[in-house]
Ligand binder design. Structure first.
Ligand SMILES: NC(=O)C1=CN([C@@H]2O[C@H](COP(=O)(O)OP(=O)(O)OC[C@H]3O[C@@H](n4cnc5c(N)ncnc54)[C@H](O)[C@@H]3O)[C@@H](O)[C@H]2O)C=CC1
Ligand SMILES: O=C(O)[C@H]1O[C@H](OP(=O)(O)OP(=O)(O)OC[C@H]2O[C@@H](n3ccc(=O)[nH]c3=O)[C@H](O)[C@@H]2O)[C@H](O)[C@@H](O)[C@@H]1O
Length: 452
């Protein structure tokens, strides 16, 4: 089969690389309108950092995996077309700030209608509001000229930083489609692709709407667990309970389970907030304001957690950080990725800049230009500096903020760091990554999240 994927981003690139790697009989072409991104996919420095991705791309690229900006040819030749374009929160017009912006998806549907010469299976890989497939189908069918299109929903559940492991051994693959004979045949064609390496019982098939809604629901549930434990972290700080101990104690209940109970400075990433806002908007659209308010509180709690952290830093440092050097360790929204979208670090740095702090940022993977874009500052901003390692960032600093849980931070020589800092040397561990007792023995005024 010839497979095309429109959108060479964090999802399209790794997902298609895995399909090409596992299914040598299929040819996979990933296309994008962003020339720089495609050039990077064809180079030694891929645009996405994911452990294990380089090897898989190197093994398949040029054999049955191709990256190109020739969108029309790839669509024309494909039997199956994945849509993996971005679906950000709308910033204009009706639903601004909440609804999903579907213009990229619609452009893809119109492009397929324009250039396709024969029947196609169109697979929604992007995360979409429930019932989007209806619009995609309408656009395609209005322009069909006798060609037949089957629409499938196949949402992606990979997490950044573990994308390749998640794709290699997914908990489940979800495929939704029409329950007609043609729809079922299209579902089977996609089941056959995944069944090459995913155990058949893990490939779930549903109707279109269940599949679309399951993706938003999964992300809402995951984010809700984080907001729940973060809410408890505030209570822990007030009562001298320890949130890690509470999380462990409740997580051993098999009905609750241990995962996604790590209290933090707040969740980030491109999707949790966007997808919950989308869910909230849908609930309001369907006349369910109580349901909308319930899910919106997950985001409100996350905002509270981020700003609560900034406020705690400032109040602990004698209510002023003006002119003080603050070392920020980690800028990505989680470890093992160069992605900073909605990273809590952005909000915390902005809070500190408003207080006129000098911040020295070190992240092992995030590029300086990206940090500048995120903070909305020029290269010559005198309050922000960029460091090549944690030792440089912490030299003469008044405080350290750990904002991403990079493994390398655990191996730092904190005695050496303490000796080059201003005293009292404050350390705020926004990820509960470090051994606070050991740091206090060195002399740090160390605090974590949810620890009294
Ligand atoms: N990032 C993640 O970990 C996950 C993302 N998702 C969902 O997958 C979708 C894609 O997300 P990402 O890969 O992170 O986005 P991304 O922004 O990294 O990549 C999207 C790509 O689509 C391209 N594009 C947009 N319109 C186009 C068009 N008309 N023709 C050709 N290319 C076009 C853009 O240039 C961009 O390179 C979103 O709906 C997201 O919610 C789902 C699971 C995980
Ligand atoms: O739709 C998506 O985009 C994806 O969103 C998340 O994946 P991702 O955002 O890449 O990463 P997560 O591991 O879920 O982490 C999200 C944020 O929550 C934070 N987090 C996670 C877990 C936890 O216990 N505590 C916590 O604060 C992380 O640090 C990070 O900032 C989901 O885990 C994926 O299943 C989903 O496919």
């Amino acid at each position: 089969m010839k497979i095309c994927c429109i959108g060479a981003g964090y999802v399209g690139g790794p997902t298609m690389a895995m399909i090409a790697h596992k299914c040598s009989g299929h040819t996979v072409t990933v296309v994008d309108i962003n020339q720089a991104r495609i050039d990077a996919w064809n180079s030694d420095k891929l645009p996405v950092f994911e452990p294990g991705l380089d090897e898989i791309v190197a093994g398949a690229r040029g054999k049955n995996l191709f990256f190109s900006t020739d969108v029309d040819t790839a669509i024309r030749e494909a039997d199956m077309i994945f849509l993996s374009v971005n679906t950000p929160t709308k910033t204009y017009g009706v639903g601004a700030g909440r609804a999903a912006d579907l213009r990229y998806i619609e452009k893809c549907a119109r492009k397929i209608a324009e250039v396709a010469e024969n029947d196609k299976i169109v697979v929604e890989k992007s995360t979409l509001p429930v019932r989007t497939a209806e619009s995609v189908k309408r656009i395609l069918e209005s322009n069909s000229n006798g060609r037949k299109f089957q629409i499938l929903s196949n949402p992606e559940f990979l997490a950044e930083g573990t994308a390749m492991a998640d794709l290699e051994a997914p908990d489940r693959v979800l495929i939704g489609g029409d329950q007609t004979p043609e729809g079922k045949a299209a579902i089977q064609a996609l089941v056959d692709v995944y069944a090459t390496w995913v155990p058949r019982e893990r490939v779930l098939t549903t109707n279109l709407w269940s599949s679309e809604l399951s993706k938003l629901t999964a992300n809402a549930f995951l984010a809700q667990r984080i907001s729940s434990i973060n809410a408890i972290s505030a209570l822990c700080e007030a009562t001298e309970a320890n949130v890690d101990e509470v999380a462990h104690a409740i997580g051993t209940d098999s009905r609750i389970g241990p995962k996604f109970l790590k209290s933090s400075v707040g969740f980030g990433g491109s999707c949790f907030q966007k997808d919950i806002l989308n869910l909230v908007y849908l609930c309001e659209h369907f006349g369910l304001p109580e349901v909308a308010a319930y899910w919106n509180s997950v985001i409100e709690m996350n905002d509270y957690q981020k700003h609560r952290f900034s406020r705690r830093v400032i109040s602990t440092m004698f209510n002023t950080v003006s002119d003080k050097k603050i070392a920020v360790l980690g800028f990505a929204f989680k470890k093992d990725t160069n992605d900073t979208r909605e990273s809590a670090a952005i909000y915390i740095c902005k809070d500190l800049l408003e207080e006129q702090a000098n911040i020295a940022i070190y992240d092992p993977k995030v590029e300086v230009a990206q940090i500048q874009r995120d903070l909305g500052i020029d290269a010559d901003n005198k309050y922000v500096s960029y460091c090549d390692d944690a030792y440089e960032a912490t030299k003469d600093a008044h405080a350290i903020l750990v904002l991403t849980e990079w493994d390398e931070f655990k191996a730092l020589d904190f005695k050496k760091i303490y000796d080059q800092m201003q005293l009292p040397a404050f350390l705020f561990d926004g990820r509960n990554l470090l051994d606070l007792e050991a740091l206090r023995e060195i002399g740090f005024e160390a605090s974590g999240i949810g620890k009294g």
